[in-house]
Design a protein. Structure first.
Length: 233
């Protein structure tokens, strides 16, 4: 009976993973008004760099646009952090390896894009560990950064992340490119009132790939450099 229950559990986990990573991402991200806000200093919304901003790409889909995004970053001499969902990485091992081997920073975006604000400490920890093990098996490195899906977190999330040795990363500029696919809008949200230490949240979408050269030009025009999150913290 125990083995049968485990088998059913594995099937359900697989179904959830296929559903989330197959593109059913209505909660892929949220508007700024629905983000959990905390005064806990462990939740980092911006960095302390005086010369650079961070580019963040949260990844649970959009794999067809990632090569173009990496090419633009390379051509412009820019860096970025890719926060990877575990079930996505499991389906795209070769691309996941290419991102890491190209020198881009890898962070964890959880395993199944769950609402971490509604999970217990143990639930948060289990989700983080599942993603951590998978990302390490592909890249050979331990990730140090965690971006909670949809920006949703609680004290349990921060406690679990701390025990994993993670820095919990949010953002100061949200392009909302998962919802709005107008290039000019994405560029404006990324670059308006830009200042050193900003963390710019994006996703691998067609419009974002098209907007990225202008975003990088806008960053350069402010005398700033586009780097990965750990270099801006």
């Amino acid at each position: 009976m125990i083995k049968r229950h485990k088998f059913i559990s594995y099937i359900l986990t697989g179904v959830i993973c296929l559903s989330v990573c197959g593109g059913v991402l209505a909660i892929w991200a949220t508007s700024p008004g629905s983000i959990s806000v905390s005064t806990d200093p462990r939740a980092i919304y911006s960095g302390s760099s005086e010369t650079s901003v961070a580019l963040m790409f949260n990844v649970y889909s959009g794999e067809q646009f990632i090569p173009e995004i990496m090419e633009v970053l390379s051509d412009k001499g820019a860096s970025a952090t890719f926060f990877i969902g575990g079930c996505w990485a499991e389906k795209h091992v070769d691309l996941m390896s290419e991102i890491a081997e190209s020198g881009y920073e890898i962070g964890s975006h959880g395993y199944l894009h769950r609402d971490h604000s509604q999970m217990s400490y143990d639930g948060n920890l289990e989700e983080m560990k599942a993603a951590h093990r998978l990302l390490r098996s592909i890249t050979g490195e331990d990730v140090k950064l965690f971006a909670p899906p949809s920006g949703a977190y609680s004290q349990n999330t921060l406690d679990a992340a701390e025990d994993m040795g993670y820095v919990t990363v949010l953002w100061s500029k949200d392009t909302i490119d998962w919802r709005d696919h107008d290039v000019d809008t994405i560029v404006n949200r990324a670059t308006k009132d830009l200042k050193a230490g900003d963390m710019i949240l994006m996703h691998p979408t067609e419009a974002t790939a098209m907007a990225l050269p202008q975003i990088l030009d806008g960053i350069d025009a402010e005398g700033l450099k586009a780097e990965c999150v750990s270099e801006v913290l």
